[in-house]
Design a binder for this molecule. Structure first.
Ligand SMILES: [Zn+2]
Length: 395
């Protein structure tokens, strides 16, 4: 689908589509693509998708236009949805499903964004890129870049443990170690971009990366044959999955696939919860929080670049944002594992969040709930070993 324009949700400016545009020239806020869905409204039937291959490019009509020869895919997306058994009983909810995002090729949800972003960069003829991440995005961007024949440099804070970047290194990315923490790393990569030293393909700010996550919503509509869950809870760091899913559901409603949106909720660890703080103040303005340690490493984003867009979406779909404690995350992690789901701690935050939302009667016991399981347990090997060591002592 052709992008009609790029919009800045911070200052309201709109721009003509331009492949290189990522941030609003006026206020430096990450831009959002805008489409004209009129020609699909009521005409694009979901049954049409039936015989297509089981990956996210099956929804190509709703994604930015990319030539087939430029698509870099590892068969990402179209992840399975399974019924809960033990967690459901333990939390006393009637209808609970999981969507297993860790089934994606590099073991996390990020592949939805990477296939879109790297295919787009391939189409632009870009030969070398840089990104900053010390987690799942680093692994994913590295894998897709290597497959595309694009050189990839990942900027990382000096203290990042090798266990966090092992996948990126093995996929063939070059790692540039920056003195200091995440803030210094972000500053360094922006300065290098402004000096023209690198092509900064920021997964957190690219409009294309975000578009890949719309497919999460389309898949729920298609796989559950229109019987949408009443609630979905998202772990939010940079917010790609939450925002992408929101955009996907809005489009699905506009073209007539669904009548209304599910309620989309957000969970963050207490140690890093800028979105929850803004929600509690009923404010669209997300203010940065102090960088503290959390077992949910994927959610350690102290100042989400798309904060305002996340708040707008959350308020529009009547969602809630709540925090969970470190020990509650570990409990959720172990409970999920007992159901046969080995998720990284970041994903496990949804379990205590569901428990709280049920206790607070925001989610009714007879309502249906879907939880995304965003990353595989072995992704965070260090935490997995620490928790397993403690279990060994008790056994
Ligand atoms: Zn702006």
């Amino acid at each position: 689908m052709k992008i009609e324009s790029f919009k800045c949700e911070n200052c309201g400016s709109t721009y003509m589509p331009n492949g290189d545009l990522m941030l609003c020239p006026k206020c430096k806020y990450p831009l959002l693509p805008i489409y004209n869905l009129n020609f699909l409204r009521g005409k694009f039937k979901i049954e049409k998708l039936k015989n297509r291959r089981p990956f996210l490019w099956r929804y190509w009509e709703l994604l930015p236009t990319i030539k087939k020869k430029n698509i870099i895919s590892l068969m990402e997306g179209y992840t399975p949805i399974i019924e809960s058994n033990r967690v459901k009983r333990k939390l006393g909810v009637k209808d609970l499903k999981f969507k297993l995002e860790y089934v994606n090729p590099t073991g996390s949800l990020k592949d939805r964004g990477s296939t879109m972003l790297i295919s787009w960069l391939k189409q632009l003829g870009i030969k070398s890129i840089a990104d900053d991440s010390s987690g799942n995005a680093a692994a994913s961007i590295s894998a897709y870049s290597s497959r595309a024949g694009i050189k990839c440099t990942i900027y990382m804070p000096e203290k990042t443990p090798t266990s966090k970047i092992v996948q990126a290194l093995l996929y063939g990315a070059k790692v540039l170690v920056v003195a200091g923490g995440r803030t210094e790393t972000a500053e360094k990569i922006l300065t290098d971009m402004e000096k023209g030293k690198i092509y900064y393909a920021s997964h957190n700010m690219s409009p294309y990366f975000l578009e890949g996550f719309k497919t999460f919503a389309y898949e729920i509509v298609e796989q559950l044959e229109g019987k949408l869950p009443d609630h979905i809870i998202f772990p939010v760091g940079g917010g790609s999955l939450f925002l992408g899913a929101y955009r996907g559901f809005v489009e699905a409603e506009e073209i007539g696939w669904i009548r209304h949106l599910p309620k989309l909720h957000i969970v963050q660890p207490e140690a890093c919860n800028p979105i929850v703080k803004a929600y509690e103040k009923r404010s669209e303005l997300v203010e940065p929080v102090e960088e503290k340690e959390t077992v949910a490493g994927g959610l350690k984003i102290v100042n989400p670049p798309r904060g305002r867009s996340i708040m707008k979406a959350l308020f529009k779909c009547n969602g809630t944002a709540i925090s969970v404690k470190e020990e509650e995350i570990i409990e959720g992690y172990l409970l999920l594992a007992k159901e046969g789901i080995f998720a990284e701690p970041t994903s496990a935050t949804v379990i205590p969040a569901l428990k709280k939302l049920v206790e607070d009667e925001i989610i009714g016991r007879d309502e249906s709930v879907l939880l995304p399981i965003t990353g595989f347990g072995l992704k965070d090997l260090k935490t997995a070993i620490n928790i397993a060591e403690k279990l060994k002592q008790y056994n």
